[in-house]
Write a protein of this length. Structure first.
Length: 91
């Protein structure tokens, strides 16, 4: 069954928020970890690439190069928008 782009985006955002510690601002994770919780048949699919690219375009992610790998964190300046996107009440 195909996952919708929005469902993929929500899963990725929720994953970053649920990590210990949550990946806001200075706390980050390798970009490759974004897809690890998605069903294996979706990884590398165009819809996933599009979903992630759109999250960058919304400015929900901060991207930096660490240890030769791209790392990603949630943009703390977009916290309210991210909560709205996920239909959550702000913390």
């Amino acid at each position: 069954m195909k996952m919708k782009k929005r469902a993929i985006q929500e899963k990725i955002l929720r994953k970053l928020m649920a990590m210990n510690p949550p990946k806001w601002g200075g706390s980050h994770t390798e970009e490759t970890n974004l897809v690890k919780d998605l069903p294996s048949h979706l990884r590398g699919e165009k819809i996933v690439e599009k979903a992630i690219k759109e999250l960058y375009q919304k400015d929900f992610f901060l991207k930096l190069k660490k240890t030769g790998e791209w790392h990603v964190s949630l943009n703390p300046h977009k916290k309210q928008e991210i909560y709205n996107f996920l239909r959550l009440s702000p913390k």
